[in-house]
Design a protein around this ligand. Structure first.
Ligand code: DHB
Length: 309
């Protein structure tokens, strides 16, 4: 069940999502040895960061809420990790976050000269104090795209926030089409959500008075809608990676019908551990076999519509 993202071959449809258990060398090595189709690294910044105060991540019945605050080792470390990960022979994906367009430029330039295969530019971190995700602002997004899209030959992708409005999706898609953007990853966690523990009478996480990004099964319908919409708007130009609530092979199959070229798994990886990639892969293969499909491309985007008989 091979797939391709921007000319890079993936041995399967399932890879890890940035953010979960992909910051430290040991974690990345474990992903390298697993059934994840690629090695996605934690979003990195110019300088190392400790991140927000704990508790900053809480499991929930159908997902999680987090306000990690970008804890990472700094981009220089991920450049080194990429060269060490090359021996595993699977695609390596850098994820970068800048605090200005100049920082985005520096980060993308550095990874263009590295061993990574793809660069995911994260324009959707919901946990930077007092800032909404960059990709909710067309002007700021354009300013960054101007600076990062002509720095080298490695394919660039954008990690997008969830959109709740089709006009806005169309405007972002138009902007993406004007620049050399090869893929999108849709969606990031839903920012500015709040979970309250009624017994303690407090939020479940500490940073930002409890406000954080919602992940997991709760957000799957929003992720599917964004993937479908962007597939319709961009399918001839841009590859789509689906993210948000993928727990089973059936979830992955739904994203495939919606138009995703691959899916990224985050919250389920945190809850279940490294074996989730193999399990989801197996479940997806079983569904495809049962339905008589023999490739990803045969099904991709082929959602059928209800019609009156
Ligand atoms: C963090 C969270 C995100 O959803 C993201 O895209 C990047 C970073 C974080 O808080 O570390």
């Amino acid at each position: 069940m091979k797939t391709k993202i921007a000319g890079i071959e993936f041995d399967s449809y399932i890879l890890n999502a940035s953010g979960v258990l992909c910051s430290a060398w040991k974690e990345l090595e474990e992903i390298a040895k697993s059934d994840s189709a690629a090695i996605m690294m934690k979003s990195c910044t110019l300088e190392p960061r400790k991140g927000n105060e704990e508790p900053r991540y809480a499991r929930l019945p159908l997902g999680a809420i987090q306000s990690m605050g970008l804890p990472n080792l700094g981009y220089q470390e991920y450049l080194r990790f990429a060269s060490q990960l090359k021996q595993y022979g699977k695609p390596i994906i850098a994820s970068v976050v800048g605090f200005s367009s100049d920082e985005y430029e520096t980060l993308v330039k550095a990874f263009q000269k590295s061993e990574v295969n793809l660069i995911e530019v994260n324009l959707s971190c919901p946990n930077i104090t007092n800032e909404s995700p960059i990709a909710y602002n067309l002007e700021r997004t354009k300013e960054i795209l101007e600076k990062i899209t002509n720095l080298g030959e490695k394919p660039i992708g954008l990690k997008l926030p969830p959109y709740f409005d089709s006009d806005y999706q169309s405007q972002i898609a138009e902007l993406i089409k004007r620049y050399k953007i090869s893929f999108i990853s849709s969606i990031n966690s839903i920012g500015e959500t709040l979970i309250i523990d009624p017994e303690k009478e407090t939020p479940v996480i500490k940073p930002k008075k409890g406000f954080g990004g919602l992940c997991g099964e709760y957000i799957k319908p929003i992720a599917l809608a964004n993937v479908r919409r962007f597939y319709e708007l961009l399918k001839d130009d841009v590859f789509v990676m689906g993210v948000g609530g993928i727990k089973t092979g059936r979830d992955a199959f739904e994203f495939l019908l919606a138009g995703a070229d691959a899916v990224q798994v985050g919250t389920t990886f945190e809850k279940e551990g490294i074996t989730c990639f193999q399990r989801i892969n197996k479940e997806l293969n079983e569904i495809l076999n049962e339905k008589g499909y023999s490739s990803i491309s045969e099904v991709k985007g082929k959602l059928k519509y209800l019609c009156t008989p």
